[in-house]
Design a protein around this ligand. Structure first.
Ligand code: ADP
Length: 191
């Protein structure tokens, strides 16, 4: 099963992706987690990404495209994968498309979790308070508002891109966590 999880910050992509990862035995590939690991390790990519991420902007396309293109060809992705946080703009979506065509990989579905903006802000501020080891650099109210704007302007059009391909499934991300998981599983089981 080759999947993309789409949705604004705080929509629950990460939570749901780790449940689907366990249920379907396919790895969750979170560009946000990969970049945070690079920042923590102080690699060249990490140094390049640190300030961009802290203010809630997108790191350059070529950085994430090259990370993901390489990662989806690893042995553990042979059965499938979940892209979480990628693609995040139309140019990333188009680049991903050409990598997939070149490798003869077909996406099965793009799962979009829809959540109202007021709920997102409350969820993320709560998560920031509860995070062990302190909040993320980009979980301040200012960076958060910027992330939501970036989502609306740059990432929301990605949903239309996949709707045109007929593989977009938009689900209600405002239900209880278990109910959202049930919706996702039933959408995937009907593919
Ligand atoms: P969230 O969706 O909750 O904001 P993520 O962990 O997915 O958090 O991403 C955190 C940050 O990492 C983003 O604000 C951005 O700076 C960077 N990032 C993650 N994925 C991408 C991507 N595909 N393209 C560019 N930047 C990215």
């Amino acid at each position: 099963m080759k999947l993309i999880f789409l949705g604004p910050p705080g929509a629950g992509k990460g939570t749901q992706a780790s449940r689907i990862e366990a249920a379907y035995e396919i790895p969750q590939l979170s560009t946000g987690d990969m970049l945070r690991t690079a920042v923590a390790a102080g690699t060249d990519i990490g140094k390049q990404a640190k300030d961009i991420m802290a203010r809630g902007d997108l790191v350059p396309d070529e950085v994430v495209v090259s990370i993901i293109s390489e990662r989806i060809q690893a042995a553990d992705c042979a059965n499938g994968f979940i892209l979480d946080g990628f693609p995040r703009n139309l140019s990333q979506a188009r680049e991903l498309d050409s990598v997939l065509v070149e490798k003869s990989i077909d996406l099965d579905a793009v799962i979009e979790l829809a959540v109202d903006p007021e709920i997102l802000i409350a969820r993320i501020l709560k998560r920031a308070q509860e995070t062990a080891g302190g909040p993320r650099d980009d979980d301040t109210e200012e960076a958060l508002e910027h992330r939501l704007r970036v989502y609306e302007e740059q990432t929301a059009p990605v949903a239309d891109f996949y709707a045109e391909k007929g593989i977009l499934r938009t689900l209600d991300g405002m239900q209880e966590i278990d109910d959202v998981t049930r919706q996702i599983r039933s959408a995937l089981d009907s593919i």
